[in-house]
Design a protein around this ligand. Structure first.
Ligand code: SAH
Ligand code: SF4
Length: 361
């Protein structure tokens, strides 16, 4: 049996096209979009201003599924992790991060959500919990956007900043990512400004160029984690395919298409990529593309041997960047930064599951 299209995975244009042969007036289509994205119903039956017959037709044609919140950790005003169970029993997570007063001032109402783009990840970075699990499947556009709906429901307020830094490599799921971006930014969808959307990638060069050609002013963050091929290839297999030079060439192309500054993410792992010579090379590279640098002391992952450098060493690394005129941030508090949580909650759940017979994944 062919799977029915998921209503929340269709862009407004795709829905309009698929809706056309039903012979319904256009305002019905707008009513349905309103139920999906503004009133956020969980079932077609809840679309109470549609004739019963139309609801029946919709049910025959389409599916409307919402992931289940399997677990929510943390409390208001702190980082909150949501573990979501998808309809095939797989798990993904997303993380709600309220503005840190230290970074944005007491009054900031910024609420960031870190979303996943895949179940697992095929890229196998040596330090990463998601890489450790291997790849299971891509998320649909509806599964990506559902994370926002569920997080907003939990928070009781709108998410106004979105980062694709959860599980998965978003650029390896480009068709669904592009649909999700459309649904997220569209006024008929979630209506979050493209500037408040950051895609993070380990450096899938051809896809960076494709995304650069998308007219929306979305932001891009690169998981660099090594300033030379020698260091980067040791921890990121993707670098064997597209080396640092090819990556920076793509980033220069990105800059030619977009207004917002790029961000380079750099995890500091003791004895692996934290040599101060790396900082000097990184500074030069960042300056060349006018990028900001985000330094993230490594968060320990169960089952992996890596550790973070001392605070003094992290500061010394940052100061080299700052002293060469690069905007660099270093967040030392543990478990507070957005990068801390991603990948790790699901790993625990999967581990727990392996020791039980409650459900099959
Ligand atoms: N696949 C994409 C997006 C998801 S990873 C990418 O790699 O960019 C989001 C960020 O978390 C990446 O910068 C990744 O390198 C970082 N990360 C992964 N494991 C980490 C860990 N244990 N401690 C700190 N950051 C980590
Ligand atoms: Fe995948 Fe990103 Fe983790 Fe690398 S860092 S394994 S690309 S999720």
């Amino acid at each position: 049996m062919v799977a029915k299209p998921d209503l929340r995975s269709l862009t407004a244009d795709e829905f309009a096209e698929s809706f056309q042969d039903l012979g319904q007036p256009a305002y019905r289509r707008d009513q349905i979009l309103d139920w999906l994205w503004k009133k956020r119903v969980r079932s077609i039956d809840e679309m109470s201003n549609l004739p019963a017959e139309l609801r029946q037709t919709l049910k025959e044609r389409y599916e409307l599924t919402v992931p289940e919140v399997a677990r929510a950790q943390g409390s208001k005003d702190t980082t909150r992790k949501l573990l979501l169970k998808l309809k095939d029993g797989r798990y993904v997570e997303c993380v709600l991060i309220p503005a840190s007063p230290a970074l944005y001032g007491e009054q900031s109402d910024r609420l960031t959500l870190c979303v996943s783009s895949q179940v697992g990840c095929a890229f196998g970075c040596k330090f990463c919990a998601s890489g450790l699990m291997g790849f299971t499947r891509n998320l649909t556009a509806g599964e990506i956007t559902s994370q926002i709906l569920l997080a907003e429901e939990l928070a009781g307020t709108r998410v106004n900043n979105l980062v694709f830094m959860g599980m998965g490599e978003p650029l390896a799921n480009l068709p669904n990512l592009l649909k999700a971006i459309e649904l997220i930014t569209s006024p008929q969808g979630l209506h979050i400004g493209a500037r408040h959307l950051t895609i993070s990638t380990s450096g899938v060069v051809p896809q960076i160029k494709k995304l650069a050609d998308n007219p929306r002013q979305i932001r891009l963050a690169i998981s660099l984690h090594g300033a030379t091929d020698e260091v980067r290839s040791q921890i990121m297999p993707v670098n064997e395919r597209w080396g640092v030079e090819a990556l920076f060439e793509a980033l220069r192309y990105w800059n030619s298409q977009k207004k917002q500054h790029l961000t380079l993410e750099y995890i500091l792992i003791a004895g692996v990529n934290d040599d101060l010579e790396q900082a000097r090379i990184l500074a030069k590279r960042a300056r060349g593309i006018r990028a900001k640098v985000n330094l993230i002391p490594y968060n320990t992952v169960e089952g992996l041997p890596w550790v973070r450098p001392s605070e003094d060493h992290c500061r010394a690394f940052r100061d080299i960047l700052k002293n060469s005129g690069v905007q660099a941030t270093l967040r030392l508090e543990k478990g507070h930064d957005i990068d801390a949580a991603c990948g790790q909650l699901r790993l625990r759940e999967e581990n727990a599951k392996m020791g039980s017979t409650i459900e099959k994944g």
